[in-house]
Design a protein. Structure first.
Lengths: 540, 130
């Protein structure tokens, strides 16, 4: 009996001991192997060990409350940022910008579309214009600090992740599972290309739609696609350049830095420079081997040569969106959808016609960083031309401009043809006036403008618009940069750029003839003279 | 007698559980994504002219495929492409193989499995090749 008991305990202890040895073996495969305990090298805190996070969470705000127990200032820091307010007053123009106010020529506006658009807000519950911007627990920590890749905020849920299984969009058959908030909260970490990209790669309603230089191919790019973000090389995250302080992320398309003359930033530098410029790392004379190229950098943005094309990662970008053709129905009476040969949507009754493209050469313009927007209340002087949703400043002579590459998105969008201003239609939602549900423009515009607090005459039409997006991502390595002859030729990339002399592009045939003739004559003279001297030397 | 038996079983289970937990590798789906895209997809693009997206198959289909360990219609094991030998062979021309040259084969396989699980048709984040 005693022997049995002894054998039983011995077996148990051996198994237990094996477990302990097993732990040792497991640790041995960790990066910091040896006799020291295992250590995570990518964070200073293993959040799974915090008791505040060792529980089930029914909603995002519950997680935030737990985060704020330790990170007491974080929410109020976020409250001060554009990512929270979606508002920005441009100090150069005084214009009140930000997603809360602006229109674009993609989905147009967030007005009366909040539950859908605010899937990309760093908060929870922004479902109408009365959202409480002072609430701390409505700040969404997880959307930026998730490392699992499982955290998703679905359109239509006002910035909340799905808390139960649901079909999104309704009738699509696409079942969205609830997010395991406990798991996500226990694995929070630094921001990544995936977290920033969850919104910025999908701007305009889909992958790569809006920016041209930002899409999901940058989540794990190779070197030719982006020399900085190369997942097997430098592996920059967004925050490597957009170096963040107190949750405020620098580098804005509302006030871009078109020319940075200050050179590389040194550690401890405290002036409020934009750290996301090329020069803040590379300085103002970055070309060490071909120093002649540094002279180019005085007039040409780095991006102009180093971003030879946009949408290079296999994801197309939307170059044009024509809302005026929306509303068509097929022979079956259902809203029409047309796809191209690759199965990509190029017409949708809810949205109109699209032009999508990959590997698109940018358009070029002098740019000094000043951007002025056409806002919803602004009077349109005329509608027979193209309205600039934004207009870029710059000239070859102002001393502040360089030649920049742009994506220019073009299209047609609705405006009030009596009051002569752009309008903000209510498109998304399961409401009686949502355009995507009923395909009725007048009702959709009326609802959207009511949310804005602006009148709508009831009459509308469509106006051609264009919008400039300076390119700064998808930076190619030098061997893939734009070649000399691509600009230095008559029909090159910079053929329409005024105010600068480009050898070969600006060559005058008669002047060339004159120059070459003079050179030939000089050579002939030298040969004759030399020949005569030789002949004379022989004779003597 | 019963309590002694319970004690014995408890210690044994605890030990076995600890062993299992200790040896469980926590897969890195992001590393798996890089390897899948820059090794698997890259080769499929070159050789087959048609890559396979994670979202082309369900989680169960990917699981069964990896479990069967057959590549090229059964002519070779798929695990061959995760071996250190294979990575050493292509690392001069493949940045991902070079970067992960020293990662244990089993870990790399788990990483790719985790990515495929996430990126499958019915995964949490259906993924394309790019």
């Amino acid at each position: 009996m005693k022997a049995d008991r002894f054998r039983g305990r011995l077996t148990a202890l051996m198994l237990g001991g094996l477990g302990v040895i097993g732990i040792g073996v497991g640790h041995a495969s960790m990066p910091d192997s040896g006799s020291t305990p295992p250590v995570k090298l990518n964070t200073t805190a293993d959040h799974a060990r915090f008791k505040e996070l060792q529980r089930e969470f029914k909603s995002g705000p519950e997680v935030t409350k737990a985060c704020l127990i330790c990170h007491t200032e974080a929410a109020r820091q976020v409250h001060r940022t554009k990512h929270w307010t979606w508002e920005f007053v441009n100090p150069d123009t005084g214009q009140r910008l930000g997603k809360k106010t602006l229109v674009n020529n993609y989905c147009v506006s967030i007005r009366a579309n909040y539950p859908f658009c605010t899937a990309c807000h760093v908060g929870y519950g922004w479902q109408d214009k009365d959202f409480d911007f002072t609430s701390e627990q409505n700040v969404d920590c997880l959307v930026c600090h998730d490392t699992t890749g499982d955290y998703r905020k679905q359109p239509g849920l006002s910035g909340h992740p799905a808390s139960e299984e649901r079909e999104i969009p309704k009738g699509s058959g696409n079942i969205v599972k609830p997010v395991d908030l406990r798991k996500v909260a226990q694995k929070v970490g630094k921001t990544s290309r995936d977290t920033c990209g969850a919104c910025h790669f999908f701007g305009g309603g889909g992958d790569g739609v809006k920016h041209g230089d930002l899409d999901s191919s940058l989540s794990a790019p190779d070197k030719p696609l982006d020399v900085h973000m190369d997942a097997t090389g430098a592996d920059f995250t967004c925050a490597t350049c957009h170096a963040t302080s107190s949750h405020d992320i620098p580098g804005s398309r509302y006030t871009p830095t078109a020319m940075d003359k200050k050179g590389a930033m040194v550690r401890g530098q405290t002036d409020k420079r934009n750290p996301a410029t090329c020069q803040s790392c590379h300085g103002v004379t970055p070309h060490k081997v071909q120093a002649r190229l540094n002279a180019h950098a005085r007039k040409i943005a780095c991006q102009t040569c180093h971003i030879p094309a946009m949408a290079r990662g296999g994801v197309p970008t939307k170059m044009s969106w024509d809302w005026s053709t929306a509303g068509k129905r097929g022979p079956d009476g259902k809203p029409l959808v047309v796809k191209d040969e690759k199965g990509r949507v190029i017409y949708d009754a809810k949205k109109g016609d699209f032009v999508i493209a990959e590997n698109v050469m940018p358009e070029y313009a002098w740019f000094n960083g000043h951007v002025t927007y056409t806002l919803v209340g602004d009077k349109l002087e005329r509608t027979d031309g193209v309205i600039g949703i934004n207009r870029i400043g710059g000239s070859p002579t102002d001393g502040k401009s360089r030649i920049w590459p742009f994506k220019v998105s073009r299209g047609a969008q609705p405006y009030d043809s009596v009051n002569m201003n752009l309008v903000t239609p209510h498109t998304a939602g399961d409401t009686p006036t949502a355009y995507w549900k009923h395909l009725d423009w007048a009702e959709a515009i009326e609802t959207g403008m009511e949310d804005f607090g602006l009148p709508f005459s009831g009459k509308f039409d469509f106006v051609q618009t264009e919008m400039y997006w300076p390119l700064s991502h998808m930076v190619a390595p030098k061997e893939k940069a734009v070649g000399c002859a691509e600009c230095h030729s008559r029909d090159g990339r910079l053929k329409d750029i005024k105010g600068v002399y480009l050898p070969r592009r600006d060559a005058a045939p008669w002047l060339d003839l004159l120059g070459w003739s003079a050179a030939a004559l000089a050579l002939l003279g030298v040969l004759l003279h030399g020949g005569l001297r030789i002949v004379r030397g022989w004779r003597e | 007698m019963k309590s002694r038996f319970a004690w014995t079983v408890a210690v044994a289970v605890l030990g076995a559980t600890a062993m299992s937990a200790a040896t469980a590798y926590e897969a890195d789906w992001k590393r798996g994504r890089i390897y899948y895209r820059q090794v698997c997809t890259s080769c499929h693009n070159t050789e087959m002219k048609k890559p396979v997206s994670p979202s082309d198959r369900t989680k169960a289909e990917w699981g069964a495929y990896l479990q069967a360990d057959k590549h090229l219609k059964g002519k070779e094991p798929v695990t061959r492409y995760f071996s250190k030998q294979y990575r050493d062979g292509i690392k001069a021309s493949n940045a991902a193989a070079a970067k992960f040259a020293d990662v244990p084969e089993k870990e790399l396989l788990e990483d790719v499995k985790a990515f495929l699980n996430k990126g499958a048709k019915d995964g949490d984040s259906p993924a394309s090749c790019s």
